[in-house]
Write a new protein. Structure first.
Ligand SMILES: Cc1ncc(COP(=O)(O)O)c(C=O)c1O
Length: 390
């Protein structure tokens, strides 16, 4: 039998033990964290829709109208009007003919990848893809070729080696821990040339980039061409759940084959009501996306002025430290000064690349972002990450 206490101690010894922090009240730009008022700089509530009154009301109304739970999986008796209507809206928003809801992004990725690739085939996955993609590859029982980050030459080499066994290329659209973009036109060209499908996980791109916040696939002008686009309702859309967009035929196939869809209770009405209202607000008020992007520039420039050089171009702004321990020191020092940006350690990021992953929201004020950059700069000097003179 595994000794849990020993395993926990091993995590502590390696600086990798994590604990849950507690936030009081809704997710907003400022929160009370473990009893302390802080600026929240690590939430994926990018557009401020999770705490938007109209979205909260829509969640309550949906629960009153349709009940607290769906009661069963979609294929048994859980398929409700609220699922169907949100799928139609999501597909239209993304520029696809059809969409399918999943319980979460984790379930959308694992279920979709395992449905679209199988034993004897090969899945091609970027080395910095999200863990839910990694797990989908494992579940598929296909061979997985992990290509160097955004490296089309390495991917092409792998595709040639697979000699026709390639089933699927899969990539984050915006990489969750780095904030950079996948080379989508190149990925699609390789997919077409080698007879593979292309799947893009736009979890951090929807609501954040592209025309009207339609994500990285739309930004590249490839809506309807990338075979499967996954989005989550739990980040910019402020709710919970996720969806895959594809052709009606592929969606029909997922309905029949994606095990995380078939064997799991349908998403709850309150989450659907919130996501529907959030999507309506995103369409009606695209300036929220502009505000998010302006805030990202404000924070990035303020960090550069502090001698920190974050490399991303999106709302996800990593400050790489290296080892786990100094990363958590930096996190705690910033927290003591009222700024919360969680330290990110392996296995979320590769060993030796622990970091603070800062994320801005459309609802942050410019002056609080400038002040936060100063706090982080001070903390970075205190741990020797940047020279004191910088
Ligand atoms: C790139 C990416 N894909 C998928 C997920 C999972 O989405 P969800 O939180 O809806 O399960 C996440 C979130 O953590 C993510 O960062």
């Amino acid at each position: 039998m595994t000794d849990v206490a020993e395993r926990l101690q091993a995590l502590r010894d390696r600086g990798l033990h994590r604990r849950l922090r507690l936030i009081e009240g809704p997710q907003g730009p400022r929160v009370t964290l473990d009893g302390r008022a802080v600026l929240l700089l690590c939430s994926n509530n990018y557009l401020g829709l999770a705490d938007e009154p109209r979205v909260r009301e829509a969640a309550a109304e949906a629960a009153l109208r349709w009940g607290a739970g769906a009661g069963a999986s979609r294929l048994i008796s859980g398929n409700m009007e609220a699922h169907r209507s949100l799928e139609v809206r999501l597909a239209e928003f993304a520029g696809y003919e059809a969409a399918l809801l999943f319980g979460s992004g984790y379930l959308a990725n694992t279920g979709t990848i395992a449905a679209l690739a199988g034993a004897g085939e090969v899945v091609f996955s970027d080395e910095l893809n999200h863990a839910s993609i990694v797990d989908g590859c494992r579940l598929s029982r296909a061979e997985t070729f992990v290509y160097h980050h955004a490296d089309l030459e390495h991917l092409e080499w792998g595709l040639r080696e697979a000699s026709g066994r390639g089933a699927l290329i899969v990539s984050d659209g915006v990489f969750s821990m780095d904030g950079d973009l996948a080379p989508l036109p190149g990925l699609l060209e390789l997919a077409r040339r080698h007879g593979c499908r292309l799947m893009v996980d736009d979890a951090h791109a929807v609501g954040a980039i592209g025309p009207g916040g339609r994500g990285s696939v739309a930004a590249a002008g490839l809506s309807g061409e990338v075979d499967v686009v996954v989005g989550t309702l739990g980040k910019a859309l402020g709710s919970y759940g996720a969806y895959a967009c594809a052709t009606p035929e592929t969606i029909d196939f997922l309905v029949n084959s994606a095990r995380s869809f078939v064997f799991s209770t349908a998403p709850a009405p309150a989450a659907l009501g919130a996501a529907t209202a959030a999507l309506e607000l995103l369409v009606a008020e695209p300036e929220r996306v502009d505000r998010l992007q302006v805030n990202a520039v404000t924070l990035r420039e303020a960090l550069v002025a502090e001698g920190l050089a974050p490399s991303s171009t999106t709302q996800i702004i990593p400050i790489e430290v290296g080892e786990a321990e100094p990363t958590m020191q930096l996190c705690e020092l910033a927290l003591e000064r009222g700024v919360f940006a969680q330290g990110i350690r392996p296995p979320t990021v590769p060993a030796g690349s622990s970091r603070l992953r800062l994320t801005v929201m459309a609802t942050h004020e410019a002056d609080e972002l400038a002040a936060a950059a100063k706090v982080i700069g001070e903390a970075a000097r205190a741990i020797g990450l940047v020279p004191v003179a910088a």
